[in-house]
Design a protein around this ligand. Structure first.
Ligand code: SF4
Length: 369
């Protein structure tokens, strides 16, 4: 039977799929593409059930217009013409900001839709492009802009070569690790442990991942930023800072040292409920490891101090010499360097949403606005 190779468009992982058709051209099965260079035969249920989306009786395949309270199908020509006319009128009478657009997850992970969405909204002189990032990861974009010069520069743990990973608020078996898209995550972490490495899951909940591999430690919800402060404090105490790298590649170290000086593991323990000696032991092992990292995800991103916590995490990985190091954290450039299109200019005044004085992130408005 003919097989067509494609990829799943639902999330950022873009898993490779093999779609089998019968001789009449009807879809028979969707399976993971074993030879896909990135996903290596992995795909989750959502991608593997793609035909159910396609064949669902609820699927909308043509534009629908509400007429006298009822939805009726209309042609694409009619839909585009009527919507275009109304948008033009709206801009003329109310100004461009009366027009908003929401960019959901699957199209955000695609290539052209984000580019065209920005262009579409700018063509009306509107600032109202809303984006899913504000639900669970804008903190990472904000920090990356200021630390690395672009929201698109997101270091990720080199899981296959690491000796020690502390992962906070993350559940890779279920999510596949956002911003990394790690196929077969359980297998990869088990391999890390099998070669003598260590993985610690810090989470207020014993996750599906923690039940399969590594060590799980509870942390009091929303106290991750204090854990990071304590970790950095102890990294300095145990002389785990790569002074040469800090001197040659980083700015602001004196300020950071000052900021963490009062956050001893004992003080942090009172807030996080992670024993001071446990934290100390992790820092010792983190320093001794030839390639280690702290990684955090949704549980931290959605916390009250998501940006601060993530910033501290990146500081720890950087000043310890683990940034851009085999087994530490790496930065992929992809087929082409997207960050070049998206440089952060600190001199440019931040655009803000008119209510609440809320700054935009990557020219997008938080969806909650
Ligand atoms: S992880 Fe699942 S939803 Fe995401 S791209 Fe892969 S198959 Fe699709």
């Amino acid at each position: 039977m003919p097989v067509q190779h494609t990829f799943c468009r639902i999330c950022e992982a873009a898993c490779g799929l093999a779609v089998e058709f019968d001789n009449e051209g009807s879809l028979v099965t969707v399976s993971p593409n074993e030879s896909h260079v990135a996903s290596k035969g992995y795909a989750c249920l959502k991608g593997l059930k793609a035909q159910d989306f396609r064949d669902s009786p609820d699927r909308i395949t043509e534009p629908m217009k509400r007429v006298d309270g009822k939805l009726v199908a209309i042609s694409w020509e009619q839909a585009l013409s009527e919507i275009g006319t109304q948008l033009k009128q709206l801009k003329a009478s109310e100004g461009g900001d009366a027009i908003g657009m929401y960019m959901g997850n699957p199209i955000s992970m695609s290539f052209l839709p984000p580019v065209l969405s920005h262009a579409f909204i700018k063509s009306f002189d509107s600032h109202k492009l809303y984006h899913t990032g504000s639900q669970d990861c804008n903190n990472k974009f904000v920090v990356a802009e200021r630390m690395y010069g672009s929201a698109q520069i997101q270091p990720f743990p080199d899981v296959d070569n690491s000796q020690f990973i502390i992962a906070i608020g993350s559940n890779p078996v279920i999510s596949k690790m956002s911003f990394i898209s790690l196929p077969h995550s359980s297998k990869r972490f088990k391999a890390l442990v099998a070669r003598g490495g260590r993985v610690v899951w810090l989470n207020p909940r014993k996750t599906e991942t923690a039940k399969q591999v590594g060590e799980h430690f509870f942390i009091r919800p929303d106290t991750d930023v204090f854990f990071m402060l304590g970790f950095l404090h102890e990294l300095i105490v145990q002389q785990g800072v790569d002074e040469g790298r800090v001197e040659s590649q980083m700015l602001g170290w004196i300020t950071i040292k000052q900021a963490v000086k009062d956050w001893s593991p004992e003080r942090v323990e009172q807030v996080t409920h992670i024993a001071a000696n446990t934290l100390r032991e992790w820092v010792t092992q983190y320093i001794a490891a030839d390639g280690a990292s702290i990684y955090s995800s949704t549980g931290v991103n959605q916390g009250s101090h998501g940006s601060l916590a993530f910033w501290l995490q990146e500081v720890i990985n950087a000043v310890s010499g683990n940034l851009d190091k085999r087994g530490g954290t790496l930065v992929g450039t992809g087929i082409f360097d997207v960050s070049k299109f998206n440089r952060f200019d600190p001199a440019k005044p931040l655009q803000k949403f008119r209510l609440g004085d809320i700054p935009l992130v990557m020219d997008t408005v938080p969806a909650g606005c």
